[in-house]
Design a protein around this ligand. Structure first.
Ligand code: MOS
Length: 766
């Protein structure tokens, strides 16, 4: 690695601020010019792994088939809350083909979360892990599950966060049902004063449902021991996190654990943490002395590996007649399921609009249900739905256009830390998006249309970090045959990481994409980099790739200077050839340089530079929805979504649009149809397959137009890239809700905005 230093750098990952001292390069590279002047970066380049994926040759975790591999299943609780009195596994063990059964009785205690264990004798939700079985086939393992005899003492349960907050509710953890024991609170200015100064005040309660990630690819682990070395193929967004979880759980050093993730069919946050299934696969592999594959089915994915917490949000907002916001308060609670994960959703509320007087109080509550996990822009999706619904209501009260209202309260600075942004082009996004959707066509008076079908236009604002930061490293190897291997501290969840890494290397080294291979997702070979979450991958990794490639170019120049006996500042690099500026007849191709210095492989390591101190890095955007509401059936059809965003530099226009399409479609699911439903009488989940859990279909797709108003942000890194995975998804539901409001004159205050809710609201209004 070239010259580095360690300095303090702030890094936002999901909802956390991570302040760390990070190793960063001393020398910075000149910012790139706009994409138009670049050769490879920014272009519409198809993914380099596209052929492997569409032809079926790409290996996903489930495709790993090892000789003598055994198959595992997990026995899961059918009770929402219970205490295990006894487990008898004799019959299961005696079933021919069963190789091993593990329960709390025959493995060492493995701490999992606070007061709980890998196999806990206290059951806290339907679907919780009780035992693991390895057998010759998955069918035998499945059969054996039913032969395990369990006696439990059933406990009172609670599956409603509002009820769970009450003193009298059954306690899920010793410390009570409020996570951390206290609410998160935030305050600036004086809310009561601000309300006094308002000409119009609104007070409303909005709620959002629990949704489940449901990535296409199931959660899956394959574990294989070779002596005391363990290799785990795992469907994960975070290979180094999984390595840490497995090594701690099994009490073995990290260098004895190798975690591999080559291709992935989505995670959306549900694969951001190390899973119990991974540790169970490793334990069963150890016990049987054979490789073990453990794949979760759709039911297990809907019960036990994460969800977006629900929310009940009570908002009070005040504004002056001219539209100036004077006060905002946000009281909220939401479930985290039986274990970790925050349900907070107030960040957008605290910072999207300029307002001097803001008050927040929010509770994350344990209930007897599957644990929450981060889900594509945790907190922001539900928070933005409520906030932007309330903003439109308030704008209506003072007869102001909702877009004008937003511009009136445009935040020039970050409102929470009171520091400037590295860049903010939200105004440009508003303008471009409004133009593309035809904002002037919206109903000046919500609900004025007549007839069965009513149309409307609405918008939502997006804010999210997505700036990335150090530590993130990339190793680049140049071979004498003019081929390159780039090993990046990352893993591709299906978003196109392989492709942009190759593009950045190709841009700098002027070596064609076809000569570049990218290696990701293997703790055994790649340097460290962040989990693929928080929209940090491209902003963290792309500058490190550029740094590694620029160093390689410098290395070649230095070597060429020595080989040609010329001064370095007399040399230029072009397409792998170094030549003299003063005497163009003197030139040498990189293969010959490498031959002369007798190094068949040249290696450099690049790093992500630090984020600037005293600045806030955020992504911004606005989405505009054009919808049609069938007032007879209550069905909402999204006709068009315009997404106009400021996300720094675009690395690849095709991949960018993929991300926006996915995010918007997932946003439509959240807005209109997806919902995990638990029966309050039994504590059991009713939506455990993709028939009962309704995802958007091809027939639900709107026309989508993506507009990017930004070029690179040179203050954040040498590529100026910000992330887009989460921004693409944040404002969709809010835009749809406001479009329904504009169409019908009625706000639907609860997601999903299903036909029954729409009809109910319409009938109450008439
Ligand atoms: Mo995260 S919710 O995986 O970006």
């Amino acid at each position: 690695m070239a010259n580095t230093k360690f300095i303090k750098s702030e890094f936002f990952f999901e909802e956390d601020v991570r302040e760390s001292v990070a190793e960063v390069p001393v020398d910075k590279h000149q910012p790139w010019p706009e994409n138009e002047k670049l050769k490879v970066v920014g272009k519409e380049i198809p993914r380099i792994d596209g052929y492997d994926k569409t032809s079926g040759t790409a290996l996903y975790t489930f495709d790993i088939n090892l000789p003598h591999m055994a198959h595992a299943k997990i026995l899961r609780s059918v009770w929402p809350h219970a205490r295990i009195k006894s487990i008898d596994t004799t019959q299961a063990e005696n079933l021919p083909g069963v190789l091993a059964v593990i329960t709390h009785k025959n493995i060492p205690e493995i701490k999992w979360f606070e007061d709980s264990f890998l196999f806990d004798t206290k059951i806290r939700y339907e679907g919780e892990e009780i035992a693991g079985i390895a057998a010759e086939t998955e069918e035998i393992a499945e059969k054996a599950l039913k032969l395990i005899k369990i006696e439990v003492e059933e406990l009172d349960f609670t599956v409603d966060p509002g009820q769970a907050m009450k003193e009298t509710a059954p306690k899920i953890h010793e410390g009570g049902n409020i996570v951390g024991g206290n609410p998160f609170t935030y305050e600036r200015g004086n809310f009561e004063e601000g309300i006094k100064n308002a000409d119009a005040i609104i007070e409303e309660t909005y709620s959002t449902q629990v949704v489940v990630h449901n990535p296409t690819e199931p959660h899956c682990s394959v574990a294989n021991w070779d002596g005391d070395k363990l290799t785990v193929w795992d469907s994960t967004q975070a290979i180094f996190t999984v390595r840490g979880v497995v090594s701690r759980a099994l009490n073995i050093p990290e260098n004895n654990v190798r975690v591999i993730k080559k291709y992935m069919g989505g995670g959306f946050g549900s694969k951001l943490a190390g899973g119990k299934y991974t540790v169970i696969a490793a334990l069963l592999a150890k016990k049987t002395g054979r490789p073990v594959r453990l794949t979760l089915d759709r039911r297990e994915m809907n019960l036990a590996v994460g969800n977006r917490p629900d929310s009940v949000q009570s908002l009070k907002l005040g504004a002056k007649k001219d539209g100036t916001l004077t006060a905002m308060s946000h009281y909220a609670y939401g479930s985290s399921g039986a274990y970790q994960s925050g349900a907070g959703c107030s960040w957008p509320f605290r910072t999207v609009y300029q307002c001097p007087n803001v008050k927040v109080e929010e509770y994350t509550v344990y209930i007897n249900a599957g644990p929450g996990r981060p889900f594509r822009a945790p907190g922001h999706v539900q928070g933005t739905f409520a906030m932007d619904s309330a903003i439109d209501l308030l704008a209506g009260r003072i007869n102001m256009d909702p877009l004008e209202f937003r511009l009136k309260n445009y935040a020039e600075k970050d409102q929470v830390y009171n520091i400037p942004y590295t860049s903010k082009k939200l105004r440009e996004a508003y303008e471009a998006g409004a133009k593309a959707i035809g904002w002037e066509k919206r109903n000046k008076q919500p609900g004025v249309g007549t007839g069965r079908y009513k149309t409307g236009i609405g918008m939502g604002t997006q804010i999210w970090w997505g700036g990335g930061g150090p530590p993130a490293y990339v190793t680049l190897k140049l071979n004498r045959d003019y081929s390159v291997e780039v090993l990046a501290g990352s893993q591709d969840l299906g978003t196109g990481t392989y492709t942009f890494v190759a593009q950045v290397a190709s841009e700098v080294l002027e070596i064609p994409m076809e000569r570049i291979s990218v290696i990701l997702g293997d703790t055994g070979v790649v340097p460290y980099g962040p989990p693929s979450g928080g929209s940090v991958t491209s902003p963290s990794i792309s500058p490190a790739v550029r740094d590694a490639a620029e160093q390689m170019k410098q290395k070649l120049m230095k070597a060429a200077a020595a080989v040609l006996s010329l001064k370095e500042n007399d040399l230029v690099y072009k397409n792998g050839t170094v030549s003299s500026k003063s005497d163009p007849s003197k030139s040498i191709f990189l293969s010959d340089i490498m031959g002369k210095i007798n190094e068949p492989v040249l290696v450099t390591t690049g790093a992500r530079e630090a984020n600037p101190e005293g600045y806030m890095i955020q992504t911004f955007g606005a989405q505009f929805a054009d919808v049609e509401v069938d007032t007879l059936t209550g069905k909402v059809r999204v006709k068009k979504i315009v997404a106009a965003h400021d996300i720094g530099r675009v690395l690849n226009r095709t991949l960018l649009e993929n991300q926006f399409h996915g995010g918007i479609i997932q946003g439509i699911g959240f807005a209109l149809m997806e919902e995990r439903i638990i029966d309050g009488n039994t504590g059991k989940v009713l939506t455990t397959n993709l028939h009962d859990y309704k995802l958007p279909l091809i027939t639900d797709m709107p026309e989508i137009e993506v507009i990017i108003v930004s070029e690179g942000d040179p203050m954040i890194s040498n590529t100026g890239v910000k992330g887009i995975g989460e921004p693409a998804h944040i404002p969709t539901a809010a835009a749809i809700a406001n479009a329904i409001f504009n169409a019908t004159g009625v706000q639907i205050k609860s997601t999903p905005m299903t036909p029954d809710k729409v009809l109910m609201a319409l009938s109450q209004n008439s």
